[in-house]
Design a binder for this molecule. Structure first.
Ligand SMILES: Cc1cc2nc3c(=O)[nH]c(=O)nc-3n(C[C@H](O)[C@H](O)[C@H](O)COP(=O)(O)OP(=O)(O)OC[C@H]3O[C@@H](n4cnc5c(N)ncnc54)[C@H](O)[C@@H]3O)c2cc1C
Length: 310
């Protein structure tokens, strides 16, 4: 889905957002000629990025993206790499890591945070301030930017439900604040393709601190019981088909434990593929193909990918 981005005069917040630069932004652009992306994905899989940038703050990121655009390089935003399968050949173009964007503050029932902030840190601050709304996202290991792009969540809540506004860098270099309606959120997707989320503000409900903490713990525990959270994976591989569970279907087809090279379908949850140590992206792709073919031929269902493939 393509979002209509507002033009500069439509959006007053743009200039404010652009001026909120980080002190570190004066440092030279972080740059490594070639960087192995297996070091930056929770799968531990992936070939090299042709150009890898680690800007230290918002203005550096905007400047990096501008230079990449002018050089005609395809550009990819990288959060914590927890929803990615990077091919063994790697990525042609520029990968911009958001790890250096780490500002976060709480104010009057809202939290505003940079895109590189991890969801666990965001949730910990909400818990500390007795702010409720983010608890069901406990246990999701991504960054705020990646979570917004993917509309991460669980059966009961997705991140879009608690967003007040998002500050974005659009593909042509504009910086805008948008609301959730303009972000076109859907089930594990958004209309933010090509844009980089710079930061977001969350509207949360004042609550009892202990109750928020208990709820966070309960969600963590439920996830740890159901999912293979201690093994190298990228979370759920497939989206759930309407009214069904991809994991349950794969389980019924006997695919738990299926192996291709160094990759295996988890015995704990059939919608997770595990890197058993030396898996290649090709091994994971072969398992994905096998699972999809089985589900299509036996159940007539086409499974859609939840993970992003680079
Ligand atoms: C053990 C485990 C459990 C998981 N459980 C869940 C779960 O319960 N629910 C769920 O929804 N997901 C889950 N995930 C998947 C993943 O954690 C989420 O999708 C997460 O929000 C992705 O964030 P990330 O920073 O890792 O994104 P990345 O993997 O780095 O990137 C994913 C996509 O987001 C884009 N992106 C990253 N940063 C930005 C940015 N600043 N602006 C624009 N685009 C950006 C990337 O270009 C890419 O297209 C799980 C993953 C693991 C490993």
């Amino acid at each position: 889905m393509k979002t209509h981005w507002p033009n500069q005069t439509e959006n007053k917040a743009a200039s404010t957002a652009q001026s909120q630069s980080n002190e570190n932004d004066r440092a030279p652009l972080g740059y490594a000629a070639v960087e192995d992306l297996s070091r930056h994905t929770s799968f531990g899989i992936g070939g090299p990025a042709e150009f890898f940038f680690t800007p230290a703050g918002r203005s550096q990121l905007i400047e990096t993206a501008r230079r990449c655009r002018e050089a005609g390089l395809p550009t990819y935003a990288l959060g914590k790499g927890t929803n990615l399968l990077v091919s063994d050949e790697g990525v042609k173009g520029a990968v911009i890591s958001t790890a250096g964007l780490q500002n976060i503050e709480a104010n009057d029932g809202t939290i505003t945070a940079d895109c590189g902030v991890g969801l666990p840190r965001l949730i910990a601050l909400a818990e500390e301030r007795g702010l409720s709304g983010l608890e069901p996202l406990a246990g999701i290991p991504g960054s705020l930017g990646g979570a917004i792009k993917m509309n991460a969540g669980t059966a009961s809540r997705c991140i879009a439900d608690v967003i007040k506004e998002i500050t974005l860098l659009t593909p042509d270099g504009g910086v805008f604040c948008i609301g959730t309606a303009e972000a076109d959120f859907g089930y594990r997707c958004s209309g933010l393709d090509g844009a980089i989320v710079l930061s977001a503000t969350f509207r949360l409900l004042p609550s009892d601190r202990r109750r928020v903490a208990q709820s966070v713990r309960a969600h963590w525990q439920r996830k740890a019981e159901k999912h293979p959270t201690t093994q190298a994976s990228a979370g759920c591989i497939f989206k759930n088909p309407p009214g069904n569970s991809a994991g349950r279907i794969l389980d019924h087809l006997g695919l738990k434990g299926a192996v291709e090279g160094g990759a295996r379908i988890s015995e704990k949850h059939a919608n997770f593929i595990i890197n058993c140590g030396r898996a290649k992206a090709a091994d994971v792709k072969a398992l994905i193909r096998r699972a999809r073919e089985a589900v299509l031929s036996v159940r007539g269902i086409i499974l859609e990918l939840e993970i992003e493939v680079w």
